[in-house]
Design a binder for this molecule. Sequence first.
Ligand code: GSH
Length: 234
Amino acid sequence: MADLSTFPITTRWPVENPDILQLFTCPTPNGTKVSCTLEEMGLPYEAHFIDIWKNETFTPEFVTLNPNGKIPAIIDPDGPGGRPFGLFESCSIMIYLTDKTGLLMPSDPARRYETISWLFFQAAHVGPFFGNLGYFHKYAGTAIEDKRPRDRFANETKRLLQVLETRLEGREWIMDEFTVADISMLGWVNGTITWYEAGPIIGWDALKNVPAWLERGLARPAIERGMAVPARPE
Ligand SMILES: N[C@@H](CCC(=O)N[C@@H](CS)C(=O)NCC(=O)O)C(=O)O
């Protein structure tokens, strides 16, 4: 049995089965990237609910696993060299999992790097811009009278969606085959239309390929399961 007691995070979020991968997360677009990846890969894992609304990511125990205080983060008891290993940043976790399993990533080196480019596109552009649009359009930022921040994030979100729209022309998935690049963006695009209700200000109705891709992605049983992880404690 693996010994995960050297990871201080396990004192606050106790591990039931130390032999399987431990996921510290919340059902947000960044958190579900990893749960959807694990569900698609069929890897066993234990999910721990981290309450971001109670600032649990900034607790002393949590920042031992991610110094940046954000979900998701993992401990793999069977990491490199067969030793327990902790990792943070959703896209880095996704790349690690594709290396570990050989799944959801093209094996051809050039196509692998292209997939990683789309992951960086998501991490550097889609996540931050869509997330800030949510803040200014739906959440606390709506109280700000000056609409320039909201409009800046709306315009950039619209432009990024157009990049995706063009990429998906004639393709079922971003890399033709289904990869972690698709998983990285499904939750963000879905959340922008549903939770943020931003469709009308980002030109959603004018898109064709992105809505069809979103529908295909959300219809995958593993994605449906992953989007609901972790269940909120009673
Ligand atoms: N680039 C990071 C972003 C992670 C991130 O922003 N996580 C959010 C939830 S979606 C979080 O933990 N927020 C908690 C907080 O800021 O208090 C990743 O992809 O892992």
